[in-house]
Write a protein that binds this ligand. Structure first.
Ligand code: 5AD
Ligand code: SF4
Length: 462
């Protein structure tokens, strides 16, 4: 199972001001899930110890690293395009080193070196510790590759270099890899076996972030409910983290419907800084499709988990992932997905067309037989329903007061600030600038709503 939310999009590494002891500058571009963004921060941390500085501009970089996603074909197509662009930069700067990191590196391995002359270096998700050596190898004149997956690597001892320009929110990976083998998913092949990071190193990092003034931390894993460090399970980890940083809002992703137990929900209800936001990918609403996907639950089971969330956490925001057009999906199967969406009353839905990934169980066992046009049409129907469910959910918030963590100035209006409510809804706070700063927690009266955003004004400060 893969992580959700910020879908495939590129982001430049930000700390342009960081000096470099060697004079060399690195540029890191990240695609994919939150885990990849967290990994890029680890990579930046590793590069910094070897004397690299950073730039936001690929044109002035001596080293370009592109951290890639392989989850759908489209994600990989984007990377090929970017590599073409980097090729044009290399013509102007022949000493430029270009490296491909992440899931696509792990999937394609030396094919990347063979098929894109611009690529000097390939490193998979468990290979980042070796980056300094790999870079030296390229400097010595040979291409470098390291794509061995590990059963132990959690990078627990590596200090990430935080790339967000606002020191408000941070990610912490609490585990790596995935053992689930959902039949559509490439992640078990690109990120390897599941392993949990030692709990005390997580608590230490949380404390350090709290001391540095961070207000929100998201704990990341492909399936956080199977976290297990010598008997410390996810519920216990959450409790330890909540106690270690009582002023910090704690979020997490991703939960798995087959594993998410009541103990986790009870723990969230117990600690005032554990946020009631649950990302619980359902993927499909038909039991036959769920079985072919190897998800390990039925639609009924899923809806019972949703009921449990609403019972323990009445204020919960629940989001999900849905794949349309999986192998053999009939119109009736698809209608069951829409029915489940209505029954679950999702706050947010992330929807995807099935994209066959070579080597996965589904690619070997089933035929990708839903025509592209039908996939497209089903996607549109999911989007339409999701929009109306989101709007209804957001409209129910009108008239309430909510705590909102201010993240940044609003893109639309410089007088407004954008942030997120405690339960995870996007909020625009009207006329909050310039008095409110990123990192402030405001009491906000909600006056309006769109499917994506709540709108309101500040009535107080925490
Ligand atoms: N095709 C389309 N969507 C996929 N996802 C994972 N693999 C595929 C695939 N082969 C989706 C799932 C997952 C999300 C991160 O991406 O919905 O939860
Ligand atoms: Fe994240 Fe890799 Fe999955 Fe993409 S393929 S969503 S980068 S784990």
């Amino acid at each position: 199972m893969a992580l959700a939310h910020e879908r495939v999009f590129g982001q430049r590494a930000a700390p342009s001001a960081l000096p470099s002891s060697s004079g060399y500058k690195a540029y890191i571009e990240t695609y994919g899930c939150q885990m990849n963004f967290a990994d890029s921060e680890l990579v930046a941390g590793i590069l910094q110890t070897t004397g690299y500085g950073f730039t936001q501009y690929p044109q002035e970089a001596d080293l370009i690293l592109i951290n890639t996603c392989a989850i759908r074909e489209h994600a990989e197509e984007k990377i090929w395009q970017r590599l073409k662009y980097f090729q044009s930069l290399k013509r102007l700067r022949p000493h430029l080193i270009v490296g491909v990191l992440g899931c696509m590196a792990e999937r394609l391995k030396k094919k990347l070196l063979e098929e894109a002359a611009v690529v000097d270096l390939v490193a998979g998700p468990d290979s980042y510790r070796h980056l300094p050596q790999l870079i030296r190898q390229v400097e010595g004149g040979t291409k470098a590759i390291h794509v061995l997956l590990s059963r132990e690597e959690t990078y627990a001892d590596i200090a990430p270099l935080r790339l967000s320009p606002y020191r408000v929110s941070a990610y912490i990976s609490i585990m790596r890899g995935c053992n689930n083998m959902c039949s559509f998913c490439i992640v078990p092949f690109t990120r390897g076996r599941e392993r949990s990071r030692a709990w005390h190193t997580i608590v230490q990092e949380v404390q350090a972030l709290a001391e540095a003034g961070y207000r929100e931390i998201t704990l990341l894993g492909q399936n956080v409910d199977s976290y297990n460090d010598g008997g410390i399970r996810f519920a216990q980890l959450l409790a330890k983290v909540a106690e270690a940083a009582p002023q910090v809002w704690i979020r997490f992703a991703t939960s798995h419907p087959k594993d998410m137990g009541d103990e986790v929900l009870e723990t969230i209800a117990t600690y005032p800084n554990l946020t009631p936001y649950i990302h619980l990918p359902v993927q499909a609403g038909s039991d036959t499709v769920l079985q072919r996907m190897n998800r390990g639950y039925t639609a009924d089971w899923y809806l019972q988990r949703v009921e449990a969330i609403r019972r323990y956490l009445p204020e919960a925001v629940i989001s999900t992932d849905i794949i349309v057009g999986f192998c053999g999906e009939t119109e009736r199967d698809f209608e069951l997905t829409l029915e489940l969406m209505r029954a679950a009353q999702f706050d947010f839905v992330y929807q995807f067309m099935y994209s066959e990934r070579p080597g996965t169980l589904a690619a070997r066992r089933y035929t990708d037989d839903v025509p592209a046009q039908v996939k497209q049409e089903r996607l549109e129907r999911v989007i339409e329903l999701a929009q109306s469910l989101s709007l209804q959910a957001n409209q129910r918030q009108i008239g309430t007061q909510q705590w909102v963590l201010v993240e940044k100035p609003s893109r639309r209006n410089p007088n407004d600030m954008a942030g997120r409510s405690f339960a995870g809804r996007a909020v625009v706070v009207r006329n909050a600038a310039p008095s409110a700063q990123p990192g402030d927690i405001l009491r906000v009266q909600i006056t309006d709503a769109t499917p994506a955003t709540l709108i309101g004004y500040a009535t107080g400060h925490s």
